[in-house]
Structure formats: structure tokens, C-alpha cells
Design a protein around this ligand. Structure first.
Ligand code: ZN
Ligand code: ZN
Length: 346
């Protein structure tokens, strides 16, 4: 077993502290990764604060992991020492159910193993990327193309795939009008990806404060949702709306922006239920959907797509001592647009 350095939190109101955690000995299919960078996702904050259900503390969050392979198990075929690799939100699944067989491991019928706050096949709690090393079975590791720096690659492992997958599934592309709700970590990547897919992209953000960035990322239009006129002007306008906001919003108002057969996909996960007025859906055969990350094959496809289209998240690299401060700033929407921890400072 390997004892490695990490940053852990001991309870919902606790600050992060230095910690040591155990990584398992390599199985034949395992890869040991020296983590170089770990993104800070809003899910880390929800989980660390215990907002998504009980947590076994101490907790080491982090599921946007980019690093270098430093050791491989005897039967590993996909990776070798020195490879640039990533790990996202899950580290294992049953591999046998119908969804796993389809390559949709995130929807494993037996439950995928989350990168942190989960339980692995040995019954041990999983601990995430705010650490110096991680051991993962090779099937849940993806290759980071040379064109993408490791620090900028990290957020693609959650924010990138979380938005790529629904854009891909619901056919964002030329001739499609796509709206992205929220211009945060997820939203800004969604804008870049949807624009690269050829869609006509509009940002719907609380204010116009990030308008210049949004247009630079590839959006054609940018509207403030705090302005009631926005909802009158854009009524019935969009084929697809990706809602990245993980707080309670007036979802009915957004349904009114969908065209005939339009779909609103929630990728943000607010802790409390949203109120849906079904009349908003049936009038124009509209759909309300959800989507959660993406399968491993699709995650690799997303990374290759981002490399091909020079898509990189806009990041702010921080040291491990700044995690608490970064959490506060994410909650205050004071980040452009993703914090990434330089794990050499752990
Ligand atoms: Zn995430
Ligand atoms: Zn499965």
C-alpha cells in the first residue's frame, strides 16, 4: 500500500487540513497516477458540506484529475509509464449490466463507484483528487491529448463531459439554437463546446457582467435573466437548453423559451425539488430531461474533440492552502471560471 499526501475535510463546517491517505497496491489492471492538477467542482462543495446526503468524513474530494502514469499493473495494455491521463467522476462500475455494456457506465444499474465519497470493490471508501496519487483500473482512465495542458485538461473531466454528453445526445450542431443557462464552471465550457459543434449559442446569465467573455467563448447572444423582457423576447426560441445552475430557479420560465419539441436538460443538481407546471410542457410537446456526466468512451471522445477544436476551460490555478477560500469564491460566483489545484503544493 502507498501512503500519500492529501487535503481532507472532517465535517460540513470544517476547513481543509493536511492528511495522509492510503492508496491500494496495484491490481493487474490498475494504473498508478501521479496527480498534477485537480479541478474544484461545485459537486465537491455540495459533498464536503454534506448537502447531498450523509458523508463519511474525513473526505478527500476531487473528480477532475489530470496527471502522469507512474506505474502499471501486470496486465495493463492501454497505458504505460509517462502517459498523460485523466480520471473523472467515477473509478469503477459492474461492467456487466446493460448500461455498462453500452458504454454508459455512469448509469451502471449496480451503481458506479464515484471517485470520492464512494465504496470500492474491496469495501474501502474512495478518496478523490485533492491528493498526490491515485490508483484506478485502466478502464476508467482516459488519455489526455498532447494539445491540452494538464492544468486546463482537469476541468474537462467533469465540467467538459457533463456538458458535452447532453449536447452530443440531443444533437447540438449547425441549424440548432442552443441556450446555456449559467456562465460558471460548467456553463463556460458548454458555450465553447456547443459553438465548436456548430450550434447557434445564447447565454442566459443572471447579469450581463460576463457578456464579453461569453461572446469570446463563441456565444452569439447573451441575455440577463434578471431582466423580465428576456423571457418575452426569447419565448419559443430554443431547440435545446442546457441548465447548469445547481440552485432552485423558476424552471417554468425557461420551458417557455423552448420551441416545438424543444428539450431542457438539467445538468446542475439543486438540492431541493423544482416546481414544474406541466402546462408549460404539453403546449409545445416540450421535454424536461436530465443528464449525468458521460461514459468513459464518450469522455475520451470529448477530450479528442476539445483538442481538435482547441477548447480549453478558463482556469485559475491555486495552491492547496487556498481550497477553503476557493470554495467561498465559487459560492459567491467569483471565479473565472474554474479553480484548479496545483497538487505539487499538497
Ligand atoms: Zn463535478
Ligand atoms: Zn453496470
Amino acid at each position: 500500500m502507498l501512503t500519500v499526501k492529501a487535503r481532507a475535510v472532517d465535517g460540513p463546517d470544517k476547513a481543509f487540513r493536511e492528511a495522509e491517505i492510503i492508496r491500494r497496491d496495484l491490481d493487474a489492471q490498475d494504473v498508478l497516477i501521479e496527480i498534477k492538477f485537480a479541478g474544484i467542482c461545485h459537486s465537491d462543495i455540495h459533498t464536503a458540506h454534506g448537502e447531498w446526503g450523509p458523508v463519511n468524513y474525513p473526505l478527500v474530494p476531487g473528480h477532475e484529475i489530470a496527471g502522469i502514469v507512474t506505474e502499471v499493473g501486470a496486465e495493463v495494455t492501454k497505458y504505460k509509464v509517462g502517459d498523460r491521463v485523466g480520471v473523472g467522476c467515477m473509478v469503477d462500475s459492474c461492467g456487466e449490466c446493460v448500461n455498462c455494456q453500452k458504454g454508459e457506465e455512469q448509469y451502471c444499474l449496480n451503481g458506479n463507484v464515484p471517485t470520492y465519497a464512494g465504496v470500492d470493490k474491496y469495501g474501502e471508501p474512495t478518496q478523490g483528487g485533492y491528493s498526490t496519487h491515485i490508483v484506478v483500473t485502466e478502464d476508467f482512465v482516459v488519455q489526455i491529448p498532447d494539445g491540452i495542458e494538464l492544468d486546463a485538461a482537469a476541468p474537462l473531466l467533469c465540467a467538459g463531459i457533463t456538458t458535452y454528453s447532453p449536447l452530443n445526445h440531443w444533437g447540438a450542431g449547425p441549424g440548432k439554437k442552443v441556450a446555456v443557462v449559467g456562465m460558471g464552471g460548467l456553463g463556460h465550457v458548454a458555450v465553447k463546446i456547443a459553438a465548436a459543434m456548430g450550434a447557434d449559442v445564447t447565454v442566459l446569465s443572471q447579469s450581463l457582467s460576463k457578456k464579453e467573455d461569453g461572446l469570446e467563448f463563441g456565444a452569439k447572444d447573451y441575455y440577463a435573466t434578471s431582466d423580465p423582457e428576456t423571457f418575452e423576447k426569447l419565448a419559443g426560441n430554443f431547440d435545446l437548453i442546457i441548465n447548469t445552475v445547481s440552485a432552485k430557479i423558476d424552471i417554468d420560465a425557461y420551458f417557455s423559451l423552448l420551441s416545438l419539441d424543444g428539450t431542457l436538460v438539467n445538468v446542475g443538481a439543486p438540492p431541493e425539488p423544482l416546481e414544474v407546471n406541466v402546462f408549460s410542457l404539453i403546449g409545445h410537446r416540450r421535454s424536461f430531461a436530465g443528464s449525468m456526466i458521460g461514459g468513459i468512451r464518450e469522455t475520451q471522445e470529448m477530450l479528442n474533440f476539445c483538442a481538435e477544436h482547441s477548447i480549453v476551460p478558463k482556469i485559475e490555478v491555486i495552491s492547496a492552502d487556498q481550497i477553503d477560500e476557493a470554495y467561498e469564491r465559487v459560492l459567491a460566483s467569483d471565479v473565472k471560471y474554474r479553480f484548479v489545484i496545483d497538487t505539487s503544493t499538497i
